[in-house]
Design a protein around this ligand. Structure first.
Ligand SMILES: Cc1cc2nc3c(=O)[nH]c(=O)nc-3n(C[C@H](O)[C@H](O)[C@H](O)COP(=O)(O)OP(=O)(O)OC[C@H]3O[C@@H](n4cnc5c(N)ncnc54)[C@H](O)[C@@H]3O)c2cc1C
Ligand code: FES
Length: 265
């Protein structure tokens, strides 16, 4: 159950231009978390910024009661958060959304999950980066897309990654979906987990509808996707984050991860 926690900044690390990692110590009892969930952080010292800002959990450690978030500075709220100092206190609501759930995905598949692709674009790679730590029993290939070399620092959070950049400053010049076919010809995945902007996920869904993403059992490879829509309340009350799934309105902040074939994009 999501609660408001007092946290203390343990580390504020600049990863690249306008890219920041914060490590926070959670006061009190540490909640049960799963990768893929997110938190809402109050922007400190700015009562005029009413809405808390949403960030995916990039990592957590139950023993030390710490969580990490990684974010890009895009506006006033993130600019303030980028300047917080070690020792400073932040109010954080956590955990929100639903995490990646391999047990649930497995029940809907015939063959056992062995090899998983993590497919992400830009800051959307963050909710994917902790999956191998949480599920070490699987093999992973990470297919990651970035604007350029600066953003690609996030690839350091992944093993066995292939990169595409818009400007070609590192990896393949082009889109991350360009990486799919060569990777597929090398080793077919059993499951694909994805996160990114709506245009990014639309591109991935287009590839899925082409029909060649078939498993070794010749069945369509499932793609589960986490969405980055704009949010207000973050707890399911305002309907500000709704997308259409299987003809029904679903709140991203509550339901969070969806079978991509069923999402209307
Ligand atoms: C569930 C969820 C998880 C997220 N996880 C991360 C994360 O791990 N790392 C990260 O860097 N960001 C993440 N975001 C986005 C992050 O919440 C926004 O970047 C942040 O709230 C912007 O706050 P701001 O005050 O700096 O910008 P604002 O002043 O609020 O906005 C600046 C500009 O960015 C646009 N904008 C604001 N929020 C979004 C958004 N969600 N998507 C697209 N455009 C937006 C605004 O329309 C405006 O043009 C996540 C968002 C959601 C909903
Ligand atoms: S952000 Fe309010 S319902 Fe999702």
């Amino acid at each position: 159950m999501a609660k408001d926690y007092l946290t203390k900044v343990i580390q504020n690390k600049s990863l690249a231009k306008e890219m920041v990692a914060l490590r926070l110590q959670v006061e009190g009892e540490f909640p049960d978390l799963a990768m893929g969930q997110f938190v809402l952080i109050q922007v400190p010292g700015r009562p005029d910024i009413v809405l808390r800002r949403a960030f995916c959990i990039a990592d957590y450690d139950k023993a030390s009661k710490q969580i990490s978030v990684v974010f890009r500075v895009i506006g006033e709220g993130t600019a303030v958060l980028a300047r917080v100092q070690a020792g400073q206190e932040l109010q954080v609501i956590l955990p929100l959304g639903s995490g990646w759930d391999m047990t649930k995905y497995q029940t809907q598949m015939e063959a056992p999950i062995r090899h998983i692709w993590l497919v992400g674009g830009g800051i959307g790679v963050v909710p994917l980066c902790g999956i191998p730590k949480e599920y070490p029993q699987f093999d992973y290939t990470s297919l990651l897309g970035f604007r350029g070399k600066d953003d690609s620092v996030l690839a350091a959070y992944f093993d066995n990654s292939q990169i595409a950049t818009d400007d070609g400053s590192i990896g393949h010049q082009g889109m991350v979906v360009d990486l799919l076919r060569p990777a597929y010809d090398k080793q077919k995945p059993d499951l694909i987990l994805a996160c990114g902007s709506v245009p990014f996920l639309r591109g991935l869904k287009n590839i899925q509808t082409q029909g060649w993403l078939q498993s070794t059992q010749n069945t369509p490879i499932p793609i589960y996707a986490s969405f980055e829509t704009k949010m207000a309340c973050g707890v399911g009350a305002c309907m500000g984050c709704v997308i259409k799934v299987d003809g029904q309105k679903k709140r991203v902040c509550k339901d969070a991860i969806f079978d991509l074939t069923k999402v209307e994009l």
